[in-house]
Structures are given as structure tokens and as C-alpha cells.
Design a protein around this ligand. Structure first.
Ligand code: AMP
Length: 397
């Protein structure tokens, strides 16, 4: 893998694609700077080599034109504080402002370009726009794993203009190392824990994983589709009627491939989709009418913790219940704790996909697992297809 470690940036201007798509409140204060902090090691390596850094990113979803609330200007001061040095800002990512900023950039200095998505050519992957970006730097570094599944100008097309000078930053390198460890050199037994709302978005991933794993644990809203497909009564739980046959196929495929598949046996049901709902724990195959399953029950928690404790490699995607509501978070928390315990015993654990990351962070356990992915969509697409446009663009000969 070609990373910033294999490149000497002395005297070079590095065009670095980062993911600074951070949440901002109404006063434009950053409410979570995890993504900015993640990029610091890459930026510092370039600066320590004696290079200059030109940072480019998107922020939010502007409608192909400048919008004040999506300006990266709002993050300049915070970035400067994190780096402990001044950061210059170019009011456009191409054109005169960007060219001048890049021309004046010296070794050890940092320039941040305005939001790439103020131009529709970014998401369209327009070659001439990518070429304008490329003209700003001598070497291209991609450190934006969160957008690596998009063939955008700054994540993919721009790499074509640096045939001999394109490398991965540390975020990308760490993400790829982690997922490759899980997919290609996992110590067995390997367990995948799949949860979240629906089975529909996860079918392809489950299909791919069945060839690699020993255990598949199912939780969250998707569990009720499996229960109903097997003839259970699920009350008013979330069910995808048009996916019942797929659920049966997954069960059959798992059996044929020797994968143990675990469906919840009990569930915490509520009489409304609300934290204040009345609740009770019932057999998951016999949910009373008018009640909906919103979490896994204690027997299931125990069984799942047991499987997890015997695993050497663990991939977790999706919560076990509606963990955002304290009344229905117990199962998700129990699974998070079981993963932490297994990790302490030597298992490798990768947490990926938006809501399981939010869950592990809610319980303050992000540092107690092996790796927390920064790019949910990119991670899942990499598992599904085995490649990503932003990765191929750096690696192709
Ligand atoms: P996903 O984006 O598919 O991973 O889904 C995550 C969402 O699924 C979270 O917001 C959870 O609240 C939700 N979820 C988990 N379990 C259930 C359930 N039993 N019923 C409805 N929604 C659920």
C-alpha cells in the first residue's frame, strides 16, 4: 500500500483530500471534531517532512452553489487551534483564489480550500474540474475514507493527474488495514453482528459475509422479518413483508455454508414507538397484538454475549434495538460490552456503519474495541464489492 510513510514531501505542495464534513450548530460551532482530529497525523507528517499542505473537503449538501452555512470558513479557527499554526483560507476551491493561495504556500504552511461541493462538477466527477484541482499541488494524498465509495472529482478523478505521486493518508491506510484484516486474514471463529432497522439494506453484505464467517448474530428491527418468515407472531413490530423470502434464503444459505445463525429468542416490546411506552419482555415468536419489538430481551443478550466471548474476530454493524431511547438500549449496550470483553481477551473487533459507531460512542467504549470505522457507507460498500473507487484510483498502475 502506498502511504504518506513511503513519500518524502520535502519542498512539495501536497493536495490532500480530507473529510472535514463535521456537524455544525446554528452558531457555526463544531459539535464533533472527530473527523478533523483523525486527519491530523497525515497533515503533520507532510509538514514535518518540509512540505506545504493544501486541504480540500466537502461540508454538508449544498445545492451545487455557494451557501454560507456550508462554508468551510467556519472551521478555519478550530483547525488552526488543532494544528497549532495559522491556516490560510481560499474562498473558492478552483480559480484565482485557489491558484494564488497555492502559489504563495510555503513549506510548513497550511491552506484550506472552500467547500468542493459548491461546484456541481465535484460530485459529477468532471475531468476539467479535477484537472484544475490537480494543478494546485505536486502530489495527491487521499485521506477521506468516508467518501472513498464515491467517484467524485476530488476523491477519484484527480488521482489520474498524479500517476507517480499519489498516496493514501493514515486514515485511509488504517481503515483499509482493518477491513482487510477482518475480510481476508481473520482469526477464527469470526462473528458478524448485524442489526439496525431493515434487512433490505444489508442483504448483499450478509450474502458476502456468509462465505467468511462462522457465526451470524441478527438483532434490531430486521430480526422481526426473520421471525415472521419462520411463522412467528410479531405484533406491530417493523417487518418487511416483501423480504420474508429473502430472510428464508439467508437462513438456508447459512445452513448450507455451515454458518451458525442466531435470531433473538425474547424481545422487549413497547405499546408505542416512544421512550415512555409501557414495556414488557416476551417470547419473540409470540408478540401480542398492539405491541412492537424495540430491543432484544435478556435471554438473547446472554446467548449473544456467549457467542461473542468465544469469537476471535468480530464485525459489528447496526444496533440491537432502538438504542437512542434509554428504555430500549439495554441489548445494544450489552452487545457493546460483550465485544469489549472479547477484545480484552484478544479478539479483533471492528465496529462500522453509522449507528453502531454512534452506539459504541454513547457508552464511551470507542477506545476499548480494536477499530471504529470513520466511514459507514464506504465500509459497507467495500465489504459488498471488494473495492472502492477512491482506493482503486490510488492503486491502479
Ligand atoms: P440502520 O441505519 O439500518 O443501521 O438502522 C439504525 C436504526 O435502527 C437506529 O436508529 C435504531 O433506532 C433502529 N432500530 C433498531 N432496532 C429497531 C427496532 N426493533 N424497531 C425499529 N427500529 C429499530
Amino acid at each position: 500500500m502506498k502511504t504518506v510513510d513511503n513519500y518524502n514531501f520535502k519542498g512539495k505542495k501536497a493536495l490532500v483530500r480530507v473529510d472535514f464534513n463535521v456537524p455544525l450548530n446554528a452558531l457555526f460551532t463544531i459539535t464533533d471534531d472527530t473527523r478533523m482530529r483523525a486527519a491530523l497525523p497525515t497533515i503533520n507528517k507532510i509538514l514535518e517532512d518540509g512540505g506545504g499542505v493544501i486541504l480540500m473537503s466537502h461540508l454538508g449538501r449544498p445545492k451545487d452553489a455557494p451557501e454560507e452555512k456550508y462554508s468551510l470558513r467556519h472551521i478555519v479557527a478550530h483547525l488552526s487551534g488543532l494544528l497549532g499554526r495559522p491556516v490560510t483560507f481560499a474562498a473558492d476551491c478552483i480559480g484565482a483564489a485557489a491558484k494564488e493561495g497555492a502559489r504563495n504556500l510555503k513549506s510548513g504552511e497550511v491552506l484550506l480550500l472552500e467547500n468542493l461541493r459548491f461546484h456541481k462538477q465535484e460530485t459529477a466527477g468532471t475531468e476539467s474540474f479535477a484537472q484544475e484541482l490537480a494543478s494546485l499541488g505536486d502530489v495527491y494524498v487521499n485521506d477521506a475514507f468516508g467518501t472513498a465509495h464515491r467517484a467524485h472529482a476530488s476523491t477519484t478523478i484527480v488521482a489520474n493527474f498524479f500517476p507517480n505521486d499519489r498516496v493514501f493518508g493514515y486514515v485511509m491506510a488504517n481503515e483499509l488495514a482493518s477491513i482487510n484484516k477482518v475480510l481476508n486474514s481473520a482469526e477464527k471463529p469470526m462473528t458478524a453482528i448485524m442489526g439496525g432497522a431493515k434487512v433490505s439494506g444489508k442483504i448483499l453484505i450478509i450474502d458476502k459475509l456468509l462465505d467468511k464467517i462462522d457465526n451470524l448474530i441478527i438483532g434490531g428491527g430486521m430480526a422481526y422479518t426473520f421471525v415472521k418468515a419462520q411463522g412467528g407472531k410479531v405484533g406491530s413490530s417493523l417487518v418487511e413483508e416483501d423480504k420474508l423470502d429473502i430472510a428464508i434464503k439467508i437462513l438456508n444459505d447459512a445452513k448450507a455454508k455451515g454458518v451458525n445463525i442466531y435470531i433473538p429468542v425474547d424481545t422487549v416490546v413497547g405499546d408505542a414507538f416512544s421512550n415512555d411506552a409501557n414495556k414488557q419482555t416476551v417470547d419473540i415468536k409470540n408478540i401480542p397484538d398492539g405491541w412492537m419489538g424495540l430491543d432484544i430481551g435478556p435471554l438473547t443478550e446472554k446467548a449473544y454475549a456467549e457467542v461473542i466471548s468465544h469469537s476471535k474476530t468480530i464485525l459489528w454493524n447496526g444496533p440491537m434495538g432502538v438504542f437512542e431511547m434509554n428504555s430500549f438500549e439495554h441489548g445494544t449496550k450489552a452487545v457493546a460490552e460483550a465485544i469489549v470483553a472479547a477484545t480484552q481477551k484478544g479478539a479483533y473487533s471492528l465496529i462500522g456503519g453509522g449507528d453502531s459507531v454512534a452506539a459504541i460512542n454513547k457508552y464511551g467504549l470507542g477506545n476499548d474495541v480494536s477499530y471504529v470505522s470513520t466511514g459507514g457507507g464506504a465500509l459497507l460498500e467495500y465489504i459488498e464489492s471488494g473495492s472502492l473507487p477512491g482506493v482503486d484510483a490510488i492503486e491502479k498502475i
